[in-house]
Structures are given as structure tokens and as C-alpha cells.
Design a protein around this ligand. Structure first.
Ligand code: GLC
Length: 876
């Protein structure tokens, strides 16, 4: 059983001797005695075989361009070829689809430093393999500087990733260790992790854990995403380890190599190629799935606490938002809405008529979101319990006894979400909420959390028919709960629903938004949160947020307000508070703070067209850390990991936010060099800053440092009253930030905000581009039949040019009416408003912080053009 028939000429031992040696001493100690070979098979794969393990190297193209984007490595025990359990992130259907894309042929070349070395070229990559023990080196050929001769190409190639040999790669604790030589100067990724953005010199564990008030360096937390990017200034690669077992990542912590270790005897990982961080993260999304466009309302402000305890309290909370003139789209109901914390129930005393409560709120544009925990109370006649018991859906010990543990309701059983029957049952049970008009569901405690913490490792999971234990399935549990919730509710409602989860795994973006769990009301936690969010976004999870104000402990007014202002620029925007804490709504921190909170909440809603459009463009991270841009210039590279700038982030493509601690009044910021422009503008003053430099800027409580990249076209709406995402206006402002380099980029997407499958539904887009030669900005409008834009007039607000230059804009001053698919738009002539204050400026009287209504920017009103026709705006 230890044997395969592959024998090489250089085999050191006769078969029989090897066989007895291995039997006698145990296979783990005898890997170096393996007999092995490497060859290309007829499926255009490289197959490396030893007596114990087999490795298949599979080139993959993600697009239909016949180039190679990924090398997939699959190790499995030779004795059990079919030992591969279900992948929830890259399911076999998805993988099979990808394998249909053409890839370059694997060509065996002459050469190699040792007689056993086999060298293959695959497109612009060279793969060298020494089979005994597994030793692989991936090199990239510098095609520009090499001829077609293989020797010349080899001479002009650089190592991307090389196995570190002479280390055990199988051991009893972690089962499989993959070790790599350490040439990288940085490692970024791994999703929801604490600590510095550059992971070099640190080690991490993937093991979803319930960690209230987690430490600033604590690991692991709730979510596991085994994807990282390693590289130097010039070379990058990504690795996604497609294995949900408990795993360990070491990036040179107390050793001179990096390693991946999984607690299993088989392993698959994908090495993802790309020139820049952006390219690798886009390819990772292609592989593991994109964040679907959420319902528009869920991008508004969410108010939560543990817990709003009655129907009256919830309704008067909604009234309070109106009285305080603060926008809100969602109110969360934490565990007290339930009867004794039992999921799929409402507490009849405190919430006698949830349906009418939900309806009343909906009429005001406010959505209710209810929490769902996986633990089902063990209680006779409790329908959820009886039902799941009858259908045999709970997790069990190997002897068949159902696993029990204490959570909020008391002793609970836990649905096995790795069983499709369970997911179906749960998804159907969600009807309890959808029947009440609820389309927001918050999945909590799904690590799963249980009092006493340690779920025994030998608890059995179905894993789609591949029975396995907690070690393999803990990391996937929360994602499968979120999947069951999302798929169930979407099927019931046939529209987009909002799902939120605490635990997750790679690919969780397809099923739920993620919040970063039970953080703490401290400046350090706040600053950490933005790093974590950008890092999650790098790893494909765009709909992310942290509990604003900090969950544990009371926040100071300054901290709460700072957090509210910064988080206004993060995708999921929710204030949440621990039980038994002082009230913590945005008006609870004094008059001035209330004013500032209102300003930033409203600013978020004004920029909602930008945020919604950014979420719709899901090929790149919505939140980008400075590290994302590091390959673009050496100054970026130098500053990407500086502690001073690590919390900075770019929302979408054009807005840079520099978070500031609540105790600080000024801030050093770094403005990175992006490909399309060389400068940034302060959003408040329009002051222009050259990129690639650091600056000290004022950062008083009122003005969070926010910058807009030159060339950005920022859509904004200013409804008379901003109550929620349904508040509309006839005019769409497009803010044009003058770019000396002539490049402009803008994108606006609209649809009805709730329909599923955004490709087929009525929708409209406006794409705006600029060209460097004539400083012309071109607008293209497209809309599908039947779609009505929410506005009738577009108003251009030009930032950063003098009136003198503006006068030349006015090429076509005549008012006229355009028609686009039967929707007419009023055309207005150009107009310059003359005041002294920039558009986004904040007027700061002691007790009055207001948006300034008149602006000094030249305002140019124009109609929307036709789908077939584009029109241009000229700037001298
Ligand atoms: C967990 C959640 C927290 C919630 C609490 C009560 O601690 O992380 O957000 O408020 O449980 O349900």
C-alpha cells in the first residue's frame, strides 16, 4: 500500500528493502527514502509521484486569453488518490469551468542543476521540480529582455517562489508543512487579522474563535482567510490555501523561511500571478467569488445596541432619528427580541406585534435587522428544536450522541450547516422573519461559540457527505450558516437581502457582510479597525465594518465622534454597544459632537451614489490600504508599512481618508502616487497637494483629513432632507477634480436598489473619462429599457481651476432637451456661482456645524446626453 509503480533510474534502494524499511520505521521518518519521479501527463499537468504522496501541478487561466494566471498545487496521499474533500470556496463546478480555459502547453526543457531536476516552461513561467523530496521552484521569465531560446529565457528569469528543502514537510502535529525560501520583503493579507499590515516576521493561526475584547495583537479572531500576497518591490505572487482545516502561517517568525501548515494529510493551494497587488487581488476575487451588490438601504447608517428591548423603544428610537435630523436606514434587534433567546421566536410581551412594528418602520424607510445565533435551545415543544431533531440535523459525537453546549438560551444543540439538508431547513425557517417583512439577518456566535469555548475536536460534521471532524470544519461553519441564511431569505423574498456574519472563511463575501466582532472603545482599537477592514477587502470581502464607538466599554465623546466620522467612509456603517453600557446613540455625546456626527452621517448619504457605485465595481477592493498602491512608486513602497500611515485607506478609487486618534488635533498624512494623477485635493478647502509626499495637516474634531484624487469625478446628491437612502433630489452633482495630467475617471451606477442579479435588471450607468491631450471630458450614458434615473439634471461642480479657465468650458451654452430611452432631461446653460467658500466646506460656529450651501466652484449645469451620443466638456 505504500507503493506506486513509478520507479526512476536513480532509485537508491531496491524495492523490497525500501518496503521493509518503511514498515519497520514508520513512513514519517522515511520521506527522504522515497522513490519518485516527475512528468507531464496527457492532461497538461505536471505529476510528481513519490511512494507516499503525489503532487499535481495544474496551470489555470482565469480568463479566455490563454495566459496562465494560477498554478494550482494539490498534494494527496498516494495510497488514497481520491482523498480530497469538498471545497466550499472553489467548488468543483467552478474549478471545472476554469479548467476549460485554454492554458499554454507545458514544455519539458533540457537543463537543471541536478540530474533529477526537471525543468518545464509554461507560458512565461518556468517550473523546476526535484521530486525527492518535493522541491519546486517557480520562476518568471523576463520576456522583454530574453530571446526565444530556453537557455536565454532561464538566464533572464527570476525566482518567484522556491521550496525550502531539508526541512520535514510532514509531521505528526500539523501533518503537512510547506516551507518556502524567504526572499520577500513583505507579506500582506490573511483577512481579519490584528497587528501590522506587513505580516513578515509574524505567525498566524486559522481557527475561528469567539474573542470578546480581543487584544491589539491577538490571533486568531472570528474569520479565517488563508490568502496572502508576498513580494518585493518588483515581484509579487499570491497564495490561496484552499483548505478549511486548522492551519498555520509563518512568515519568518523566528525562522528563515515562510511556511504553510495544515492539520490534514492533503493540501491544495493556488499560486496566483500578477504584476501588481491590484492584479493579484482581482484574480483572487475571480477565483473565490465577488461581493454581490447589497441592497442599497444596507449601505446607510445602522443603529444597534445589545439590546433595544421593546417595540416602543424601537419605534421611539426611529422617531428620535427624525427629530435629531439624522439619517438612518436600519435598526438592529439583538438577542432580547427573542423569547428566551430562542431563534425563530419574538418575545410576545416586549414585542406584541412585530409585523406592525416592521411595517411602520418600513413606511419611514427604516429596516429591521434581527440577530440569529446557531445554538438551538434543547426544549421540548420548541418547534425549531423538534424539527431539527426529527430530521437529524444536529452535530454529533462519533458515537451518535448529539453535541450539547451552553449559549445564551441555555443548553443548546447545533445545526450541522455542512449538511445541505440542514441549510435547506434553516433557509426555509428564515420564513419566520421574512413573513414579518424583515430582510436583514445578522448571524452571530457562528464560530461556533459555546460557553467553555472548546468544542471537542472529534465532533462529526457531514461536510457534504465527506464525514470529518471539527479540525476540518470549524473554520467553515460560520460561512455555511451565513450561506443558509442568505440563500434561504433570497429565495423567499426574491430580492436582495442583507446578511451580516461574525465568523467566515475565504469566499464569505458571496454570502454576508462581515463585522469585526467585539472590539473595544479605545483609540488603538479604532485605528486597528481600519487596517483590518482594508485587509478584509484585499481578501475579497468588501462589505465590512467595525462596531462604531467600540463595543466594549463606554466611549469618550471625542472617540465616538471620531469613529463616526471615519466610519462614514467604510462600507458597513453601524454603531453598536455592549449590554449595560450608557446609551450610545449619535446624539448622546453632547451638542457639538451631535452636530459633527450629523455632518458626517449626512456626508455619507450625500456621497451614497459614489459608495453604491463603488460597491457595484467589485473587481477590486472597495477599501484599499496604502500597501495596495505600493508597487506604483518607490515612495509608496517606503510608506506602505509605516505605522504612521497604516490606518489610511482609499474608498473606491478616489477618496483618501486619514484616520486620526480622538486625542490628536493634527496628523501626518501620506498621499500616495496613483497611476492616473499626481495630486490630491482637500475635500473641504480644495487645497491641492502633490502626491508621493507626506504632510502635516490640521485634524481638529470637525475636519477629518479627507482628500480627493485629481481626476476623480465624484457623484453627490443633496436632498432637501436626508432621512435615509430613499431621500432623493432632481439634481446629481458631479464634482470634477481638475487634473493637470488630463486623466479623468468617473462612474455612476443606478438601479432599483433591491432586485437580484444586477445584470438583468433595469439599470443605468454614466461613465466619464478624460483624455490628456485636449483636456476633454467625455460622458457616456447607458441605460436599459424602462430604467429611469433618479435625477433629471446633472450639475457639474469643477474643483481646482480658475474662472479664467472655466470660461472656455462653455462650448455649448444653449439649453435643450435630450431624450434617453424615453426619459427626458432638462438641459441647463453654464453658470458660475460666485461665493468664497468651497463646496464641501464646513462652517464651524461653536454650536453649529453646517454644510455650506453656496460654493465658489464654477458650476456648470448640463443635460444628460444620449446613449449613442457623447458630449464633452473642455477645460483649458
Ligand atoms: C456577541 C456579539 C455582539 C452581540 C452579543 C449579544 O458578543 O458579538 O455583537 O451584541 O453577542 O448578542
Amino acid at each position: 500500500m505504500f507503493y506506486r509503480s513509478h520507479f526512476t533510474q536513480n532509485s537508491k534502494y531496491p524495492r523490497l528493502l525500501l518496503f521493509f524499511t518503511m514498515i519497520a520505521s514508520g513512513w514519517l521518518n522515511h520521506l527522504d527514502a522515497q522513490i519518485a519521479q516527475s512528468q507531464k501527463n496527457d492532461k497538461n499537468q505536471i505529476e510528481v509521484s513519490t511512494t507516499e504522496f503525489q503532487l499535481i501541478i495544474q496551470p489555470i487561466s482565469l480568463y479566455q486569453n490563454s495566459e496562465i494566471d494560477i498554478l494550482e498545487f494539490t498534494y494527496f496521499p498516494t495510497s488514497n488518490k481520491n482523498k480530497w474533500h469538498h471545497s466550499y470556496t472553489v467548488p468543483s463546478e467552478k474549478r471545472n469551468e476554469l479548467l476549460k480555459n485554454k492554458v499554454p502547453e507545458i514544455i519539458l526543457q533540457n537543463g537543471g542543476n541536478t540530474p533529477e531536476t526537471k525543468r518545464y516552461t509554461i507560458g512565461k513561467y518556468i517550473v523546476e521540480v526535484i521530486p525527492n523530496p518535493f522541491n519546486v521552484c517557480i520562476r518568471e521569465i523576463d520576456l522583454k529582455n530574453s530571446t526565444i531560446s530556453p537557455d536565454n529565457q532561464y538566464a533572464n528569469s527570476a525566482v518567484i517562489l522556491r521550496d525550502k528543502v531539508n526541512l520535514p514537510w510532514v509531521n505528526e502535529d500539523h501533518k503537512i508543512n510547506k516551507n518556502f525560501e524567504l526572499q520577500e520583503s513583505f507579506f500582506i493579507g490573511l483577512g481579519e487579522k490584528t497587528g501590522s499590515t506587513n505580516r513578515k516576521g509574524n505567525a498566524y493561526t486559522m481557527w475561528n474563535s469567539d474573542v470578546p475584547a480581543y487584544g491589539l495583537e491577538q490571533d486568531p479572531l472570528y474569520v479565517s482567510i488563508p490568502f496572502y500576497i508576498g513580494g518585493t518591490e518588483n515581484l509579487n505572487y499570491g497564495i490561496y490555501v484552499d483548505h478549511s482545516s486548522k492551519s498555520y502561517f509563518n512568515f519568518g517568525a523566528a525562522c528563515d523561511y515562510s511556511s504553510i501548515s495544515v492539520e490534514d494529510d492533503h493540501l491544495r493551494y493556488y499560486v496566483i500571478f500578477g504584476n501588481a497587488i491590484s492584479e493579484i487581488s482581482t484574480k483572487y476575487r475571480r477565483l473565490t467569488g465577488h461581493t454581490p451588490l447589497p441592497p442599497k438601504w444596507s449601505l446607510g447608517f445602522h443603529q444597534s445596541r445589545w439590546s433595544y428591548k421593546s417595540q416602543e423603544e424601537v419605534l421611539s428610537l426611529a422617531d428620535e432619528f427624525k427629530k435629531k435630523n439624522m439619517p438612518v436606514d436600519a435598526i438592529h434587534l439583538d438577542i432580547h427580541y427573542m423569547d428566551a433567546c430562542k431563534v425563530f421566536t419574538f418575545n410576545q410581551q416586549q414585542f406584541p406585534n412585530p409585523k406592525s412594528m416592521v411595517e411602520k418602520l418600513k413606511a419611514q424607510g427604516i429596516n429591521i435587522i434581527t440577530i440569529l445565533d446557531p445554538g438551538i435551545k434543547v426544549e421540548k415543544d420548541y418547534p425549531a428544536y423538534e424539527n431539527a431533531l426529527k430530521q437529524d440535523l444536529f452535530l454529533k459525537y462519533p458515537n451518535g450522541k448529539i453535541y450539547e453546549a451552553g449559549v445564551w438560551p441555555g443548553l443548546c444543540n447545533f445545526p450541522d450547516f455542512t449538511n445541505s439538508k440542514t441549510r435547506q431547513w434553516w433557509g426555509e425557517s428564515v420564513k419566520f422573519y421574512t413573513d414579518l417583512g424583515i430582510s436583514g439577518l445578522w448571524n452571530d456566535m457562528n464560530e461556533p461559540a459555546a460557553w467553555g469555548k472548546d468544542v471537542p475536536t472529534y465532533i462529526r460534521f457531514d461536510r457534504e457527505g465527506h464525514l470529518s471532524n471539527l479540525t476540518q470544519n470549524r473554520n467553515i461553519y460560520g460561512m455555511q450558516m451565513a450561506r443558509a441564511t442568505r440563500e434561504g431569505a433570497e429565495k423567499l423574498l426574491n430580492k436582495r437581502v442583507f446578511t451580516l456574519t461574525r465568523a467566515g472563511f475565504a469566499g464569505i463575501q458571496k454570502y454576508a457582510a462581515v463585522w469585526t466582532g467585539d472590539n473595544v472603545a479605545s483609540d488603538d482599537h479604532m485605528m486597528l479597525s481600519f487596517k483590518m477592514l482594508a485587509n478584509l477587502s484585499l481578501c475579497g470581502v468588501d462589505f465590512v465594518g467595525a462596531d462604531v464607538g467600540g463595543f466594549m466599554n463606554p466611549a469618550t465623546p471625542e472617540l465616538f465622534t471620531r469613529w463616526m466620522s471615519i466610519a462614514a467612509f467604510t462600507p458597513f456603517y453601524r454603531a453598536h454597544k455592549m449590554i449595560d453600557m450608557p446609551t450610545s446613540e449619535p446624539w448622546c455625546y453632547g451638542d457639538i459632537n451631535t452636530e459633527i456626527n450629523r455632518y458626517y452621517m449626512q456626508l455619507r448619504y450625500r456621497l451614497m451614489p459614489y459608495i453604491y457605485s463603488s460597491m457595484q465595481q467589485n473587481e477590486t477592493p472597495v477599501l484599499k490600504s496604502m500597501a495596495y498602491f505600493m508597487n506604483l512608486s518607490s515612495a509608496n513602497y517606503e510608506h506602505a508599512f509605516s505605522e504612521k500611515f497604516e490606518s489610511q485607506f482609499v474608498l473606491g478609487n478616489g477618496i483618501l481618508v486619514a484616520p486620526v486618534k480622538s486625542t490628536e488635533k493634527s496628523k501626518e498624512v501620506f498621499l500616495p502616487q496613483l497611476p492616473t494623477s499626481k495630486s490630491w485635493y482637500s475635500i473641504y478647502s480644495d487645497e491641492k497637494f502633490a502626491s508621493n509626499k507626506t504632510y502635516f495637516v490640521n485634524a481638529g474634531m470637525v475636519q477629518l483629513p479627507v482628500f480627493v484624487q485629481a481626476g476623480t469625478i465624484l457623484p453627490e446628491i443633496v436632498p432637501q432632507k436626508i432621512e435615509n437612502t430613499q431621500s432623493k433630489t432632481d439634481t446629481m452633482n458631479l464634482h470634477i477634480y481638475y487634473n493637470t495630467d488630463g486623466f479623468y475617471e468617473g462612474y455612476l451606477y443606478e438601479d432599483d436598489g433591491v432586485s437580484l442579479k444586477n445584470k438583468d435588471i433595469p439599470q443605468g450607468t454614466i461613465r466619464i473619462s478624460g483624455n490628456a491631450i485636449h483636456q476633454e471630458i467625455t460622458f457616456q450614458i447607458e441605460k436599459s429599457n424602462g430604467f429611469e434615473f433618479s435625477f433629471k439634471t446633472i450639475q457639474f461642480v469643477v474643483h481646482g481651476i480658475s474662472e479664467n479657465q472655466l470660461n472656455n468650458i462653455d462650448d455649448n451654452p444653449k439649453p435643450h432637451i435630450f431624450e434617453v430611452n424615453k426619459q427626458t432631461f432638462v438641459a441647463n446653460t453654464a453658470k458660475v456661482l460666485e461665493t468664497k467658500i468651497p463646496h464641501f466646506a464646513i462652517k464651524q460656529d461653536l454650536y453649529k456645524i453646517e454644510r455650506v450651501t453656496k460654493t465658489t466652484q464654477p458650476i456648470y449645469k448640463f443635460c444628460i446626453g444620449m446613449p449613442t451620443e457623447t458630449f464633452t466638456l473642455k477645460i483649458k
